[in-house]
Ligand binder design. Sequence first.
Ligand code: CA
Length: 232
Amino acid sequence: MSGAPRLLVVEDEPSILQPLLRALTRGGFEPTSACTVAEATSLVDRQEFDLVLLDLGLPDGDGRDVVRHLHRTTETPVIMLTARGAEIDRIVGLEIGADDYVVKPFSSDELIARIRAVLRRTAGSAKTRRPLEPLTVGTLTVDPGARVASVDGAALELTRREFDLLYALARRAGTVAGREELFDEVWGTGWFGTGKTLDVHVAGLRRKLPDDAPPITTLRGVGYRLDLGTPG
Ligand code: CA
């Protein structure tokens, strides 16, 4: 990849969009804008972007629809532009799959710093992409190369974060994975979210793991441990 990072900015409020596009161009990015879910999904089908900035409330739908569409075929990182605290709960609680978020009103400097941090993080993970050995913990197999986790041979349907979290736990199976460690590894060191994010994702994983999978034990205030044995 060469040249300016290509950003898609999905925002329907002109008073936010116009100054944002100018600031991004000044910051060395190549922004393209969309004002609706329909426009955004059509653009991501036709063009490649390095990152998507996304408003949650759009005139023809919900920003989450754009993320879902985007992540069906790509791992393009997403930063949500959110208006209210209530939206932050939705981002975290509903596992939208965003890499970061900023709360309006935000300064363009702050946003640009976040964009750079996310791009650094995702470029790093792309660079280290290599065939990795599948891990086996009891009935659980986690294959980071194929990004497939299965229990007794049956594949689990996991979100991107849930998979990363399970892989992080599986690599430390039988030992405690500290909360900070998990944050750094799964969300990256630039992540500034609350502890709730981690707990929500662990809860999601537990719901998806069948009864005969190795259990995830909570060590309150410390972290989580994927146990080596199966329960019972
Ligand atoms: Ca809006």
